[in-house]
Design a protein around this ligand. Structure first.
Ligand SMILES: [Cu+2]
Length: 301
């Protein structure tokens, strides 16, 4: 009896001693909170790509603008030539048509210059294709499975396993700080600054795993695994959407990604396992968990 009172007092003392620490922790139980500092989301009247959030997207962004400049030059040049020919060689000014059919110099120029332009474009293009294909040595591999109409994320190599579903927050349940049609109940959480490999497939129909700010876009095809990788240097929240028409709620399966520091990520793994992971094995292609109430929520808006 005496012993139990002593230990109770000891426990109370410890509680008091660390009370302020517990309080500080209680205010930030969400291990992904760091990702709220920077939100990379689309905005009204947005032009161009979103701000690049991965090295691949930096490359894609650069190539797009590079080709666009070349294309603009070609269109302007050809447009001017066309306007000149239309006026200078119009029928009213040239009652007797010209008989010229060949000009060697002009013909060499119009072969050589376009060839050089194509060569200039093809070098960074092939470079980009090789960069996209290099998914070797990832820190983490996440298997992404498209379902009608939600995503399932399975983390490979996590002790105890980690597999969960991610549903869009219905319009009538949006909370302050969430983004309509983009925020989800359980985002994909990734360690910032680490190479991530995605294995993408589908449990039913074609979906599209599309993360415009992270340079990721792959079809999700039943029975087939496509791979893609990313690396997110900046801690923050990033968004994507299914971009392959997949049925009536195609617009209700956004992708929300929280990139957080590695230590936070390791905490989150335990948090997710305890709170919302489905089970410890990869059920994607074995069964298709369909929480009916969530599906009803997603369609009522
Ligand atoms: Cu889809």
């Amino acid at each position: 009896m005496k012993r139990s009172i002593t230990s109770a007092l000891g426990a109370a003392g410890l509680l008091a001693l660390f009370g302020h620490m517990a309080l500080a922790q209680a205010t930030s139980t969400d291990p992904t909170a760091a990702a709220n500092a920077y939100v990379n989301a689309p905005h009204n009247w947005q032009m161009w790509f979103p701000e690049a959030g991965s090295p691949l997207q930096v490359q894609i962004d650069w190539l797009m603008k590079f080709v666009l400049w070349i294309m603009t030059g070609v269109v302007v040049f050809v447009g001017i030539l066309l306007a000149y020919v239309l006026t200078r060689y119009r029928a009213s000014r040239n009652p007797v048509p010209s008989n010229v059919t060949h000009n060697t110099l002009v013909e060499v120029i119009w072969i050589v210059i376009p060839t050089l332009l194509l060569a200039v474009i093809v070098i960074p293009s092939i470079n980009l294709i090789y960069s996209e294909a290099d998914d070797s040595n990832p820190y983490l591999t996440v298997t992404v499975t498209g379902h009608q109409w939600y995503w399932e994320y399975n983390y490979s190599g996590v002790q105890g396993g980690l597999d969960y579903t991610s549903y869009m927050i219905p319009d009538n349940q949006i909370q302050p700080g969430q983004i309509r049609r983009l925020s989800v109940d359980h985002p994909m959480v990734l360690p910032a600054g680490e190479k991530i490999k995605f294995i993408i497939n589908s449990a039913d129909v074609l979906h599209g795993f599309y993360l415009p700010s992270l340079g990721v876009q792959r079809y999700a095809i039943p029975g087939t695994n496509l791979t893609q990788w990313t690396l997110i240097p900046k801690v923050g929240t990033y968004y994507g959407q299914c971009n392959q028409i997949c049925g009536i709620n195609h617009d209700a399966m956004p992708i929300e990604i929280k990139a957080i520091p590695l230590a936070d990520y390791l905490n989150w793994v335990k948090y997710a396992q305890a709170n919302y992971a489905l089970n410890s094995f990869a059920p994607s292609l074995i069964s298709s968990p369909l929480p009916v109430n969530k599906l009803a929520d997603a369609s009522s808006n």
